[in-house]
Design a protein around this ligand. Sequence first.
Ligand SMILES: [Zn+2]
Ligand SMILES: [Zn+2]
Length: 421
Amino acid sequence: MLLARTALLLLFAFGQCVLGASKSYYNVLGLDKQATDKQIKSAYRQLSKKYHPDKNPNDPSAKDKFVEVSEAYEALIDEKSRQDYDRYGHEAYLQRQQQQGGGGGQHHDPFDLFSRFFGGGGHFGSQGQRRGQSIEIKVGIALRDFYVGRTTEFQWDKQQICEECAGTGSADGHVETCHTCQGHGIRIVKHQLAPGMYQQVQMQCDACGGRGKTIKHKCPACGGARVVRKPATVSVTIQRGMADGTKIAYENEADASPDYVAGDLIVTLVEKDPDLDTDNPDRVDGTFFRRKNDDLFWREVLSLREAWMGDWSRNLTHLDGHVVRLGRPRGQVVQPGHVETVPGEGMPKWHEDGDDVYHKTEFGNLFVEYVVVLPDQMDRGMEKDFHSVFQKWRGKVGVDLHKDSGRPDPVSHAGHDHEEL
Ligand SMILES: [Zn+2]
Ligand SMILES: [Zn+2]
């Protein structure tokens, strides 16, 4: 009996041990021990939205995860508490928390914490909850990034809930109910229309601005406004071949306020004109490709000799630096304005699943249009040579343009009998 109990105890202790070893707030947030505050915040933003009970009405375990994420965030975002956590480990840290705190601990209501990030009352599924406007931001992306794919960051001025006062607007945390409106935020004003006849009008309380609450000592950081506007950094991933104008939605990442749940931030990827200094360090020709959906366009200039006589080649450097070879053997003519199709050298075709082992990335076409430039001037000797060559051949192989055109014979003009070469 005693033996059995010991075994059970041992088993219990062992179980604790395993749990203690595997569980860590870092794991909960999907981070490693070197994570920065920025990463911790970013992980919280993502996971708290993912596990929010309002979003997972059919999954009771989501609530536990939601609570856990908020505990992990609070334990790691505070410098002192993070030091303790790193020093004592998960289990011992929790025990110390319980001993020290005893109710007055550091942990907030997880919904309260959530509302500090996303506003409102910490919920976004419930009806009647006001929702902030969505904000659309256009971000200029170089063609190269659409071709190769890239994760980049941009900043915008975002209205954020003041961290200093946790969105109360008060320096000392004291918020009082407005005396003028008794906290209703509205006043009823009676207008006399005629003797004995009144009209009742609801007006916003001007003493508290309709909030129903007043603050004696305003927070110095936000001046009592409860929100501050400051740069927020957003990470954006451009997948290979994404279309120009692709919209990426960031749920609840628009302006935040304690009065409403933040709307969505919509980021539109717009192809920007190439900036030679910043976007083209390798000086690739591809920077000047023009894109239309999955195809790319390029204009190549040939000299008269090249267009006519052939025997030329070009190395076109593509957006990722690989080389596309163009050329003709001797004797092959390229007509001015001719468009050559180079299959597979266009844009990668975007696929919602991204690149994976089950499908190879397909590419559009590259269309090369040839422009032929005639020389402005010709060396006298060369001109003479050409002239005699043309004279020699015009009679033999000249083309009668008039005959070719199929138009009826002109009556009066006897002039041009031959137009050639
Ligand atoms: Zn009031
Ligand atoms: Zn403040």
